[in-house]
Design a binder for this molecule. Structure first.
Ligand SMILES: [Fe+2]
Length: 205
């Protein structure tokens, strides 16, 4: 049965909305003439995307308070330099499952109400697979997503204003459409300003 499923996936196209989003994401990243590390990590993710994973469709969702900021975040992103990407993401958002991270240790008593992530492609994503992960993060205004690290390298594209930091370096504000590269295991964090922070990330696993 597993082999039949794999054969079927080779001839079945990816869900149109997801394919459109993934194309817009790639275009948005390469349009900004990324450095070699971002080109390489993004290239690896898209090489793996040539194999199509199982499409899960709409995911079961539960109430996550920060999603009250989602409409504003999408509306702002749509009017900026990554407008087409934000439009492609907007089509997928009703199907996503937003999750909070209780394992990210924050001093903010509102932490669990003021952030969420949703996987688009990957385990717990619209397309299930374990070789890559592509998702989106949303922070309420004036929220710090605390220091964390992970073995895979990571590329972000910001859809909003907001700040990113590595180790104890200066906070950087790439602006909407800006790219961020986190090398494997580097400690990194992000924080929002007076507006929500909205960003897409990808990791080759
Ligand atoms: Fe990260």
């Amino acid at each position: 049965m597993l082999q039949i499923n794999n054969e079927l996936r080779k001839i079945m196209p990816r869900n149109d909305d997801l394919e459109f989003f993934l194309n817009e994401l790639k275009i948005s990243i390469f349009k900004r003439k990324p450095d070699e590390k971002i080109r390489s990590a993004t290239g690896l993710v898209y090489e793996r995307l040539k194999n199509i994973g199982a499409y899960k469709g709409a995911l079961s969702s539960h109430e996550v308070p920060v999603t009250a900021w989602l409409d504003k975040a999408i509306k702002t992103a749509k009017s900026g330099p990554v407008g087409r990407l934000a439009e492609a993401l907007e089509v997928l958002t009703p199907k996503l499952s937003w999750q909070t991270r209780s394992d990210r240790h924050s001093n903010d008593p509102n932490w669990l109400k003021s952030h969420a992530n949703a996987v688009i492609v990957g385990d717990m994503g619209l397309e299930y697979r374990t070789d890559i992960r592509i998702g989106v993060s949303l922070l309420a205004p004036n929220t710090v997503y605390p220091n964390h690290q992970h073995p895979p390298e990571e590329v972000y594209i910001a859809l909003s204003d907001g700040c990113w930091r590595q180790n104890n370096g200066e906070w950087q504000s790439p602006g909407p459409g800006g790219l961020i590269y986190n090398r494997p295991n580097i400690i990194h964090a992000m924080k929002s300003s007076n507006d929500p922070l909205f960003a897409i990330w990808m990791l080759p696993l």
